[in-house]
Design a protein around this ligand. Structure first.
Ligand code: FE2
Length: 301
């Protein structure tokens, strides 16, 4: 019964490559409703820990159109409970606790010296290429939403660029439907096992780039632009699709949103594509962001 319902959800999804009519309807509506600027995707909120109904509606409305919203609030002090309190009001409950997150499941993303954290690019001031979060996670820990909240910005740099993954899918399918079919192959992308001093810290993860959520028909994307420690399926169609995706990401468009998060600002999204520029810190007040990753999608989107 459940399997049958899941097949129906998948077949009804506009992201199913065999659903041409559904795709064309969805595409037209997506582009017509897409916010014309980042300011149309920015919502001012008074206190993220206690949203008003109007603030919550505005956040959800933006995410329904673009899978992302930028919020700006007046709280500039370090408030470690803020991400969980905000996410909880938007149906985000199941936090991914990776081994570098602090105990409450919210990571403090800041430049870290020394071993372990300093070996991972998020905890350095280096640029981070295009990716969605958790691309190395197994399917049962799929990241569907992500929240970034800025406590302190860098002295210079650290811009984020965001691109709705549904727009990336649309551009690829418009160019050639074979691109999205190739990136839906269950063995399109393998992240090799990562080993530490004790042996294997994480097994290899093989999976598709684009997949359709069985229950909701929503599109999920698993991607990294990394070229080291990544194995793409040796297949001409996959190679062509990856090259086309690289062009979509590298070509500025009205759908690419670039911003510097200021203190009190944050990004809430259904795990869209994003990248980060390198930055220079003020040693006395280094850049600090809170990051929460969830297995849930934003409710009502
Ligand atoms: Fe990320």
């Amino acid at each position: 019964m459940i399997a049958a319902l899941q097949r129906v959800a998948r077949a009804a999804s506009p992201f199913d490559p065999d659903n041409g009519i559904g795709y064309r309807h969805w595409r037209e509506e997506k582009l017509a409703r897409y916010p014309a600027s980042l300011s149309a995707l920015t919502v001012e909120i008074r206190d993220p820990r206690a949203l008003t109904a109007a603030e919550r509606d505005a956040l959800v409305a933006a995410i329904r159109r673009a899978n992302l919203v930028v919020y700006a609030c007046g709280i500039h002090a370090a408030e470690p409970d803020l991400p969980r309190a905000l996410g909880g009001q938007l149906g985000l409950a199941r936090l991914d606790r990776n081994f570098l997150a602090d105990d409450d499941g919210v990571s403090r993303v800041t430049v870290a010296g020394g071993k372990v954290r300093g070996e991972f690019i998020p905890y350095t001031n280096r640029p981070i290429g295009w990716h969605t979060d958790g691309y190395y996670n197994p399917p049962e820990r799929r990241i569907r939403a992500m929240l970034l909240h800025c406590v302190r910005r860098a002295a210079a740099g650290g811009e984020n660029t965001l691109l709705d993954h549904e727009i990336a899918y649309l551009r690829l399918r418009d160019e050639d439907p074979a691109h999205v079919r190739a990136l839906m192959l269950p063995d399109a992308l393998t992240i090799p096992a990562r080993e530490d001093d004790d042996g294997i810290a994480r097994p290899a993860e093989t999976g598709p780039v684009f997949s359709i959520e069985p229950e909701s028909g929503a599109l999920h994307m698993r991607f990294t632009a990394r070229t080291k420690s990544i194995e793409w399926k040796r297949d001409a169609a996959v190679g062509a699709a990856v090259a086309a995706l690289a062009r979509v990401l590298a070509t500025p468009s009205p759908h690419h949103h670039r911003l510097v998060l200021q203190p009190g600002m944050g990004i809430l999204c259904n795990n869209v594509l994003h990248e980060r520029a390198g930055f220079v810190d003020d040693a006395a007040a280094p850049r600090l962001l809170y990051r929460a990753r969830y297995y849930d999608r934003v409710a009502g989107t």
